[in-house]
Design a protein around this ligand. Sequence first.
Ligand SMILES: [Zn+2]
Length: 236
Amino acid sequence: MFWWRNEVSPGVSVAFTDADAGNLALHVGDNPAEVMARRVLLNRAAGLAADQFQYMDQVHGNTVEFIDANGPGPTADAMVSAAASRVAAQPLAVMVADCVPVVFVGSGAGNEPVIAVAHAGRPGVASAIVPATVEEMRSRGAVGIRAWLGPSICGSCYEVPEQLQADVAARVPATRSTTSWGTPALDLPAGVRAQLAALDVPVEYSGECTLENDSLFSYRRNSRTGRFAGLVWTHD
Ligand SMILES: [Zn+2]
């Protein structure tokens, strides 16, 4: 079910699912009833009620939405939530298959958790969705923000045309990379780590390569693949 899972501070957990958790996305041509059944199992595995994780309609943009209650998925590529008096933070999910799933945890003014997820694909890295997420968290009073990067395609596998590499590297120089076979590539997790370092946000975990691990979904390996999820939630 989980590729990686950790209680990162008391009552706050971060996880990334694996292929055994199955496809969690409704937009990839899978049977919707089976997707929803897998989401129920995932909630239960996290110790939550059946329908708690909030997903979003991801569009490779740089919109960050603040979420205070479970509802229809917003059209966005990042979400932030925070605990308020007697109301827990909304459990959050981001779906990926090669893009970088980024999960954040910080503390609000009253030491309550401020949590977030972001979908950092090539357009999102170039348009700074990760810095925008950190800014939104800080605007909500969050301090001590930490980040976890889940599995994504690595800089030795993600081959792109030379002009595309130049366009992205002009904005985020750390993304410039070369494939293991010597052609132009992009290292998206390196780009995200550089963006976070510039904001003094430590990265506590950085996942392995989706293309190189059959127990993860990779769009580059199979364009009809499912999506796995990055998750953050609070609990007793
Ligand atoms: Zn790789």
